[in-house]
Design a protein around this ligand. Structure first.
Ligand SMILES: [Zn+2]
Length: 346
């Protein structure tokens, strides 16, 4: 019995580990199944007004269009600041006058000129100043500038959202400063400072507040990232990342929304220092504000009658259609349309 319990505990903890490891993949899988589950559900009353202007069309739309209506495609860019930091635990810092600080292990003859994104070896004769076994006494801190370009897809069901995304991000590393002994150790300048970060993620969010035209949604992204180009991918092992933010969005039209999203992100990476058997662990958190658009596929098909000039949702026979003259990016009142706000006689 005891054996059975301990076996099942082992099994559970293994399962938990696997789940944590694959969290971003699971989230992505969940968004595929979730819409199918909710598409058939009746839309009851929402706790907060998610759409306080546009009504949900009732007739003339197929099951697929009803499901599609809640899919939102997005693109965004933004600006971020990364906060990088590492302790020199297990290593020493080597400083010769007028040169950047180098990393060394147990001998001063194998030193590393680069130790942020690529542990490159320097075998030149040692110079004048060395801090052996720097340990936790010396930390280096640095910043980076991040500019992403991302594509997203999410599904909304009442206040809940599930989705994912993919992005490419410019990342430019600044100087790294020692937190102690700054009078003896100089700043570290990474020789190849600019590269790209590739990432994909799963997202879960919850809309919790509306203020006039603005809807507030708290969301969590969990994903995988990889630093490329200027980072040596054979030596760098990035962590899973967790990104917490608030999406503040506003309808431009029934289908098009603009949003801004401040967020904070927790992540890290380790740099394996070749020949040393150990690695430097960098925390690599980030503060980012992104701005973008989301677009959803209209629930009603476009009116099929070429000459029809109706500006609002309307019907022919027993089927509902949306206007064929109203541009998708323009706001319109569902009652009378706002395409031509002036009366025609003026
Ligand atoms: Zn029509």
């Amino acid at each position: 019995m005891r054996l059975l319990i301990s076996t099942s505990i082992n099994f559970l903890s293994l399962t938990a580990k696997t789940i944590l490891k694959n969290l971003s993949k699971l989230l992505l899988i969940a968004i595929v199944g979730f819409p199918l589950y909710v598409a058939a559900q009746d839309t009851g009353k929402d706790q907060i007004p998610l759409d306080h202007f546009y009504a949900t069309p009732r007739h003339g739309s197929s099951f697929f269009r009803r499901a599609l209506r809640n899919f939102h495609f997005g693109i965004y860019t933004g600006v971020g600041r990364s906060y990088l930091s590492t302790s020199m635990s297990g290593f020493g810092v080597y400083q010769s006058p007028g040169a950047p600080p180098q990393l060394f292990t147990n001998s001063t003859t194998t030193r590393y000129t680069d130790w942020v994104n690529n542990a490159g070896v320097d075998n030149s004769p040692p110079g004048s100043y060395v801090v052996a076994n720097a340990g936790n006494n010396i930390r280096f801190k640095g910043h980076a500038l991040n500019i992403p370009l991302a594509a997203t897809l999410h599904y909304e069901y009442k206040q809940l959202r599930l989705g994912g995304g993919y992005s490419y991000e410019l990342m430019s590393l600044g100087l790294f400063h020692p937190t102690t002994m700054a009078d003896k150790i100089s700043d570290m300048k990474v020789s190849s400072a600019t590269g790209f970060v590739r990432r994909y993620w799963g997202m879960v969010g919850y809309s919790f507040y509306r203020w006039n035209d603005y809807l507030f949604t708290g969301d969590l992204q969990v994903g995988n990232y990889k630093m490329k180009n200027n980072y040596n991918t054979a030596q760098v092992t990035p962590s899973t990342y967790f990104n917490l933010g608030v999406t503040i969005e506003r309808n431009l039209s029934e289908y098009l929304k603009v949003f801004v999203r401040p967020a904070y992100e927790f992540k890290s990476y380790s740099l394996a220092v070749s020949n040393s058997g150990s690695s430097l662990n960098y925390s690599n958190n980030m503060l980012m504000v992104s701005v973008g658009f989301t677009y959803s596929i209209p629930q009603l098909p476009k009116c099929v009658i070429k000459q029809c000039r109706a500006q609002v949702d309307h019907h022919h026979g027993n089927r509902d259609y949306r206007s064929r003259v109203h541009p998708f990016y323009k706001k319109q009142n569902p009652g009378y349309g706002e395409n031509y706000p002036g009366l025609k006689k003026y």
